[in-house]
Design a protein around this ligand. Structure first.
Ligand SMILES: Cc1cc2nc3c(=O)[nH]c(=O)nc-3n(C[C@H](O)[C@H](O)[C@H](O)COP(=O)(O)OP(=O)(O)OC[C@H]3O[C@@H](n4cnc5c(N)ncnc54)[C@H](O)[C@@H]3O)c2cc1C
Length: 333
């Protein structure tokens, strides 16, 4: 007999894992299906969260609301898995030149920036409300936890396993009231939601070793985090498209920033799913009644995923409208 669930989640990256925890906290039944792809964005992510976005150092959209629930959410996950995954850290941002210093002083006239700047001198600005989530642990521990409760299976979704009847989606062998696709850039390979305009931005991160301790994150074009004794993660590169351009330049940059010889250990490669307006995509399919999506998390998966999955949950269960900025209605599905 086919087992019935409230939800099936396709994809166990940051988006799918986060939605799964939300459903778990809300006592819903669900199953996670994931093909365990090697190049998912989440597997390469450094896991940094901070309210500043991109090269232009703009404030992240809706950062007050997005950051409000972030720490609480990951702390609640920690309690269940029994492993610490969220680490609060300030970010030290050395100035690249005089104009960088000048730009930061201009930003400081904005009240929102005043809230996130801890200090500024002639060499660097230190920002707060930031840290990192150990994504590797978050993903493996989430998988382990839900596997032990028979809520996770390795499974690759392909079009021919999808059945549409009375405008509802079913997967061969599985039954759920709602199906949520959290497939990152691989959404493009499936015949649903394939008209939404998501673009590949590939990137690398690296693990290095150094006998040194750093109690904060350094950001100077690239970011450097000291996660445990001698372990330093460095990221990230950004390349339009899906090509693996490599990490050598980034390793040199990190050595220059620290003025120390980091020893290379391992590299990671992933493809981000990004949107033109740099906002996530959350919502329901325009024709299929029980099909939903969370996608387009760009380079902000760790901070946006708890917010987006909460919005989707409240839309499905409590009929609450999803904000227009992240609503899928801005695309044709
Ligand atoms: C180098 C790099 C560094 C980054 N650093 C950060 C950072 O510091 N902070 C931050 O917030 N974000 C960072 N990001 C961005 C972050 O990784 C993404 O925002 C986030 O991982 C997107 O998660 P996702 O779950 O939407 O997609 P993905 O991580 O791509 O996950 C999709 C999942 O779906 C599964 N899947 C795909 N196809 C199928 C199928 N057919 N059937 C079943 N399952 C399927 C895959 O196996 C995968 O597990 C970084 C990204 C890169 C590449």
């Amino acid at each position: 007999m086919v087992k019935k669930y409230d939800y099936i989640i396709i994809g166990q990256g940051i988006a799918g894992s986060t939605l799964a925890w939300n459903l778990y906290f809300e006592n819903k039944t669900f199953l996670i299906l994931d093909s365990e792809n090697n190049n998912s964005a989440s597997k390469a992510a450094l896991g940094i969260y901070n309210p500043i976005t991109g090269r232009r150092k703009a404030l992240t959209w809706n950062f007050h609301k997005v950051f409000k629930g972030l720490e609480k959410f990951y702390r609640r996950v920690e309690k269940n898995i029994g492993v610490k995954i969220l680490f609060k850290k300030d970010i030290h941002r050395p100035f690249k030149n005089n104009s960088d210093w000048n730009d930061w002083n201009i930003r400081l006239s904005n009240q929102n920036f005043q809230k996130i700047v801890k200090s500024i001198d002639d060499k660097k600005v230190i920002t707060k409300m930031s840290g990192y989530v150990n994504v590797k642990k978050y993903l493996t521990q989430t998988r382990k936890y839900f596997k032990s409760k028979n809520r996770y299976y390795k499974y690759k979704l392909i079009d021919k396993n999808i059945v549409i009847k009375n405008n509802e989606i079913r997967l061969n062998g599985y039954y759920a009231k709602h199906i949520v696709m959290c497939m990152g850039i691989d959404q493009k390979k499936i015949n649903f939601f394939n008209k939404i305009d998501i673009k590949e931005v590939s990137g690398n991160s690296i693990l290095t070793e150094l006998d040194y301790t750093l109690n904060y994150i350094i950001n100077k074009k690239i970011s450097i985090i000291n996660t445990s004794k001698n372990k330093f993660y460095i990221g990230s590169t950004y390349n339009n498209g899906s090509e693996d351009v490599g990490y050598i330049k980034m390793l040199d940059e990190a050595r220059n920033i620290l003025n120390k010889h980091l020893i290379f250990k391992k590299s990671f490669f992933g493809i981000r799913s990004t949107t033109k307006d740099r906002r996530p995509i959350v919502g329901k399919h325009s024709r299929i009644k029980n099909l939903y999506i969370i996608n387009g998390l760009g380079s902000k998966g760790i901070s946006q995923a708890p917010y987006c999955s909460d919005k989707l949950f409240n839309y499905i269960e409590n009929n609450k409208e999803i904000n227009k900025e992240i609503n899928i209605k801005r695309f044709i599905t």
